[in-house]
Design a protein. Structure first.
Length: 250
């Protein structure tokens, strides 16, 4: 048992890049923290940072929707680390705008950040991952499974559906280099995106529909992400891991 625990927990000597890690309340931050605790050299990417990494990882500003910005950041990362073992595409935006009220510009921006951003980062990181047989973990959403709802409108659901499909394509195409690609579908999670956005009545209604009776935490999603990136998941690729407390069972 000790050997198995050490096996999946050991990220010593591994280089990890996590996008959307600017908020201390978010999934990206929680993932950086866990990977760093497990020994990884971690790079956190975001437009800005409202947290203090306290030397545990390196923070780099990057707009994932800008391919040139991604290229510049990954040149820095690869020059410092000589490769990438783990890539977590977590950066994203959310909006609850409904279709009748939605403008094409809003739909386009959602896709630029949530879907194109995943492509930009993955495409740019590939050269640094091929020789390391790296692991990619993308953050999709329960919204893609349910067609939106709650905070996520149709454009959000569509963007996260694109993330799911792109991940499967990555698994098919990148396996030749030993690169695995999987994704998580978080449900309603306590993060900066959700906290304070629902009334007490709405929260009670949601919790009543969740078999585990509560919302999830960013740390719980981070644990699922790190598992998929770990040696314990060495024969898992093209798969989804739902982290929703049973809110959506299919």
């Amino acid at each position: 048992m000790t050997h198995a625990t050490t096996f999946w927990n050991d990220f010593s000597g591994r280089v990890a890049v996590v996008t959307g890690a600017g908020s201390s309340e978010g999934i990206g931050f929680a993932t950086c923290r866990l990977l760093a605790q497990l020994g990884a050299q971690v790079y956190a990417l975001d437009l800005g940072f409202q947290n203090d990494a306290q030397g545990s990882w390196t923070q780099l500003e990057c707009d994932v929707s800008d391919a040139h910005a991604c290229e510049a950041v990954f040149r820095t990362i690869v020059s410092e680390s000589q490769g990438i073992d783990v890539l977590v595409n977590n950066a994203g935006i959310v909006s609850a705008t409904r279709i009748p009220d939605m403008e094409s510009a809003s739909f386009q921006r959602m896709m630029e950040v949530n879907a194109l951003g995943v492509f930009n980062v993955t495409h740019t990181a590939l050269e640094g991952m091929k020789a390391r047989a790296g692991a990619i973990v993308n953050v999709a959403s329960i919204a893609a499974q349910r067609g939106g709802g709650l905070q996520g409108g149709a454009h959000y659901a569509a963007s996260k559906g694109a993330v799911a499909s792109f991940t499967k394509a990555c698994a098919r195409e990148l396996g030749r280099w030993g690169i695995r690609a999987n994704y998580v579908n978080p449900g309603v999670i306590h993060t900066g995106m959700t906290d304070g956005k629902f009334s007490a009545e709405q929260l009670a209604g949601m919790q009543a529909q969740i078999p585990l009776g509560r919302l999830g935490t960013a740390a719980e999603v981070a644990s699922a992400i790190v598992f998929l990136a770990s040696p314990a998941a060495a024969y898992i690729t093209g798969s989804a891991l739902d982290v929703n407390g049973g809110y959506h069972i299919h």
